[in-house]
Design a protein around this ligand. Sequence first.
Ligand SMILES: [Zn+2]
Length: 206
Amino acid sequence: MIFSFQVSVEEMKTAADEAHHKGRIIAAHAEGNPGIMNAIKAGVDSIEHGFYVTDEEIDLMLKQGTYLTPTFVADWAIPEFAKGKLPDWEIKKAADALQDLYKNIMHAWKRGVPITLGTDAGTPYNDFSMTPVELQLMVEQGASTFEALQTSSQNSAKLMKIDNEYGTLEPNKYADFLVLDSDPLKDVKAVQQENKAVYKNGIRVF
Ligand SMILES: [Zn+2]
Protein backbone atom coordinates (compact mmCIF):
# COMPACT_ATOMS: atom_id res chain seq x y z
CA MET A 1 0.00 0.00 0.00
CA ILE A 2 1.37 3.43 -0.91
CA PHE A 3 0.50 6.61 0.95
CA SER A 4 1.01 10.05 -0.54
CA PHE A 5 2.06 13.00 1.60
CA GLN A 6 -1.36 14.64 1.34
CA VAL A 7 -3.01 12.36 3.88
CA SER A 8 -3.16 12.98 7.63
CA VAL A 9 -1.82 10.65 10.33
CA GLU A 10 -5.45 9.82 11.25
CA GLU A 11 -6.28 8.86 7.66
CA MET A 12 -3.12 6.77 7.38
CA LYS A 13 -3.82 5.11 10.73
CA THR A 14 -7.31 4.12 9.60
CA ALA A 15 -5.89 2.65 6.38
CA ALA A 16 -3.17 0.82 8.34
CA ASP A 17 -5.68 -0.57 10.86
CA GLU A 18 -7.97 -1.80 8.09
CA ALA A 19 -5.08 -3.39 6.18
CA HIS A 20 -3.82 -5.10 9.36
CA HIS A 21 -7.32 -6.44 10.04
CA LYS A 22 -7.06 -8.14 6.63
CA GLY A 23 -3.64 -9.57 7.52
CA ARG A 24 -1.72 -7.32 5.13
CA ILE A 25 1.74 -5.80 5.63
CA ILE A 26 2.08 -2.08 5.01
CA ALA A 27 5.10 -0.20 3.69
CA ALA A 28 5.27 3.58 3.36
CA HIS A 29 7.72 5.32 1.03
CA ALA A 30 9.01 8.28 3.07
CA GLU A 31 12.32 10.05 2.50
CA GLY A 32 11.99 13.09 4.75
CA ASN A 33 10.12 14.66 7.61
CA PRO A 34 7.46 14.82 8.83
CA GLY A 35 6.51 12.03 6.41
CA ILE A 36 8.63 9.38 8.16
CA MET A 37 7.23 10.24 11.60
CA ASN A 38 3.64 10.42 10.31
CA ALA A 39 3.94 6.96 8.77
CA ILE A 40 5.46 5.46 11.93
CA LYS A 41 2.72 7.02 14.08
CA ALA A 42 0.12 5.58 11.68
CA GLY A 43 1.53 2.12 12.43
CA VAL A 44 3.06 1.06 9.12
CA ASP A 45 5.25 -2.06 9.22
CA SER A 46 8.12 -0.71 7.14
CA ILE A 47 9.53 2.64 6.09
CA GLU A 48 11.02 2.59 2.58
CA HIS A 49 13.97 4.99 2.12
CA GLY A 50 13.92 6.73 5.53
CA PHE A 51 16.78 8.91 4.30
CA TYR A 52 16.38 11.60 6.96
CA VAL A 53 15.34 9.36 9.88
CA THR A 54 15.89 11.04 13.27
CA ASP A 55 16.65 9.70 16.76
CA GLU A 56 13.07 10.48 17.86
CA GLU A 57 11.77 8.38 14.96
CA ILE A 58 14.28 5.61 15.70
CA ASP A 59 13.01 5.51 19.33
CA LEU A 60 9.46 4.94 18.11
CA MET A 61 10.53 2.40 15.46
CA LEU A 62 12.35 0.37 18.12
CA LYS A 63 9.30 0.54 20.40
CA GLN A 64 6.86 -0.53 17.66
CA GLY A 65 9.16 -2.92 15.79
CA THR A 66 9.03 -0.89 12.57
CA TYR A 67 11.41 -2.04 9.82
CA LEU A 68 13.55 0.23 7.66
CA THR A 69 14.30 -0.50 3.99
CA PRO A 70 17.15 1.83 3.06
CA THR A 71 17.19 1.69 -0.81
CA PHE A 72 20.74 3.12 -0.90
CA VAL A 73 21.18 2.06 -4.52
CA ALA A 74 18.32 4.28 -5.75
CA ASP A 75 20.25 7.39 -4.71
CA TRP A 76 23.75 6.01 -5.43
CA ALA A 77 22.96 5.08 -9.05
CA ILE A 78 22.20 8.66 -10.13
CA PRO A 79 25.62 10.29 -9.55
CA GLU A 80 27.22 6.96 -10.56
CA PHE A 81 25.60 6.56 -13.99
CA ALA A 82 23.68 9.71 -14.99
CA LYS A 83 26.45 12.23 -15.73
CA GLY A 84 25.67 13.93 -19.06
CA LYS A 85 22.31 12.12 -19.28
CA LEU A 86 20.16 13.68 -16.55
CA PRO A 87 19.97 17.40 -15.67
CA ASP A 88 22.89 18.58 -13.49
CA TRP A 89 20.52 19.70 -10.71
CA GLU A 90 19.07 16.21 -10.42
CA ILE A 91 22.53 14.63 -10.19
CA LYS A 92 23.66 17.22 -7.64
CA LYS A 93 20.54 16.64 -5.51
CA ALA A 94 21.24 12.89 -5.37
CA ALA A 95 24.99 13.33 -4.76
CA ASP A 96 24.38 15.88 -1.97
CA ALA A 97 21.86 13.62 -0.25
CA LEU A 98 23.99 10.47 -0.42
CA GLN A 99 26.42 11.14 2.43
CA ASP A 100 23.60 12.32 4.73
CA LEU A 101 21.43 9.30 4.07
CA TYR A 102 24.33 6.89 4.56
CA LYS A 103 25.00 8.51 7.95
CA ASN A 104 21.35 8.61 9.07
CA ILE A 105 20.50 5.07 8.02
CA MET A 106 23.65 3.48 9.43
CA HIS A 107 22.91 5.29 12.70
CA ALA A 108 19.43 3.71 12.76
CA TRP A 109 21.00 0.35 11.89
CA LYS A 110 23.53 0.60 14.74
CA ARG A 111 20.76 1.56 17.16
CA GLY A 112 19.03 -1.70 16.30
CA VAL A 113 16.24 -0.82 13.87
CA PRO A 114 15.55 -4.02 11.88
CA ILE A 115 16.67 -3.57 8.26
CA THR A 116 15.22 -5.21 5.14
CA LEU A 117 16.44 -5.19 1.57
CA GLY A 118 14.68 -3.15 -1.10
CA THR A 119 15.88 -0.96 -3.95
CA ASP A 120 12.95 1.15 -5.21
CA ALA A 121 13.66 -0.41 -8.64
CA GLY A 122 12.32 1.77 -11.42
CA THR A 123 14.15 4.94 -10.42
CA PRO A 124 16.85 6.16 -12.89
CA TYR A 125 19.61 3.57 -13.58
CA ASN A 126 18.13 1.25 -10.98
CA ASP A 127 16.44 -1.87 -12.31
CA PHE A 128 16.02 -5.27 -10.65
CA SER A 129 19.59 -6.24 -11.59
CA MET A 130 20.80 -3.70 -9.00
CA THR A 131 19.48 -5.65 -6.01
CA PRO A 132 22.87 -7.29 -5.21
CA VAL A 133 24.56 -3.87 -5.37
CA GLU A 134 22.40 -2.77 -2.41
CA LEU A 135 24.15 -5.47 -0.35
CA GLN A 136 27.56 -4.16 -1.46
CA LEU A 137 26.62 -0.61 -0.40
CA MET A 138 25.42 -1.85 3.02
CA VAL A 139 28.80 -3.50 3.59
CA GLU A 140 30.74 -0.47 2.34
CA GLN A 141 28.87 1.59 4.93
CA GLY A 142 29.82 -0.69 7.82
CA ALA A 143 27.42 -3.65 7.96
CA SER A 144 29.03 -7.09 8.17
CA THR A 145 28.48 -9.37 5.18
CA PHE A 146 26.31 -11.59 7.39
CA GLU A 147 24.15 -8.67 8.56
CA ALA A 148 23.72 -7.48 4.96
CA LEU A 149 22.67 -10.94 3.76
CA GLN A 150 20.22 -11.24 6.68
CA THR A 151 18.34 -8.16 5.42
CA SER A 152 17.33 -10.04 2.27
CA SER A 153 16.53 -13.35 3.94
CA GLN A 154 15.68 -13.57 7.64
CA ASN A 155 14.66 -9.94 8.19
CA SER A 156 12.49 -9.72 5.09
CA ALA A 157 10.75 -12.98 6.00
CA LYS A 158 10.08 -11.64 9.52
CA LEU A 159 8.68 -8.37 8.18
CA MET A 160 6.32 -10.32 5.91
CA LYS A 161 5.42 -12.66 8.82
CA ILE A 162 6.42 -15.73 6.77
CA ASP A 163 9.55 -16.56 8.77
CA ASN A 164 8.10 -19.90 9.88
CA GLU A 165 8.33 -20.98 6.21
CA TYR A 166 11.07 -18.81 4.64
CA GLY A 167 14.19 -16.81 5.50
CA THR A 168 16.54 -19.56 6.68
CA LEU A 169 17.40 -23.04 5.40
CA GLU A 170 15.92 -25.40 8.00
CA PRO A 171 13.79 -28.56 8.06
CA ASN A 172 10.11 -27.81 7.33
CA LYS A 173 10.87 -24.54 5.52
CA TYR A 174 10.79 -23.85 1.77
CA ALA A 175 14.29 -24.16 0.32
CA ASP A 176 14.84 -20.88 -1.55
CA PHE A 177 18.55 -20.30 -2.11
CA LEU A 178 21.36 -19.32 -4.52
CA VAL A 179 24.41 -21.33 -5.50
CA LEU A 180 27.42 -19.05 -6.06
CA ASP A 181 31.00 -19.57 -7.25
CA SER A 182 32.48 -17.80 -4.21
CA ASP A 183 31.65 -17.19 -0.56
CA PRO A 184 29.42 -14.12 -0.01
CA LEU A 185 30.43 -14.04 3.66
CA LYS A 186 34.00 -13.29 2.51
CA ASP A 187 32.98 -10.82 -0.22
CA VAL A 188 29.32 -9.86 -0.57
CA LYS A 189 29.93 -9.01 -4.26
CA ALA A 190 29.77 -12.80 -4.79
CA VAL A 191 25.99 -12.42 -5.15
CA GLN A 192 26.53 -10.16 -8.18
CA GLN A 193 27.56 -13.24 -10.19
CA GLU A 194 25.41 -13.14 -13.34
CA ASN A 195 25.10 -16.89 -13.95
CA LYS A 196 24.25 -17.88 -10.37
CA ALA A 197 21.95 -20.83 -9.84
CA VAL A 198 18.60 -19.85 -8.30
CA TYR A 199 16.48 -22.39 -6.42
CA LYS A 200 12.86 -21.94 -5.34
CA ASN A 201 11.21 -24.55 -3.13
CA GLY A 202 14.28 -26.73 -3.72
CA ILE A 203 13.93 -26.67 -7.53
CA ARG A 204 16.35 -24.85 -9.81
CA VAL A 205 14.51 -22.09 -11.73
CA PHE A 206 17.49 -20.24 -13.33
ZN1 LIG B 1 10.02 5.14 -3.14
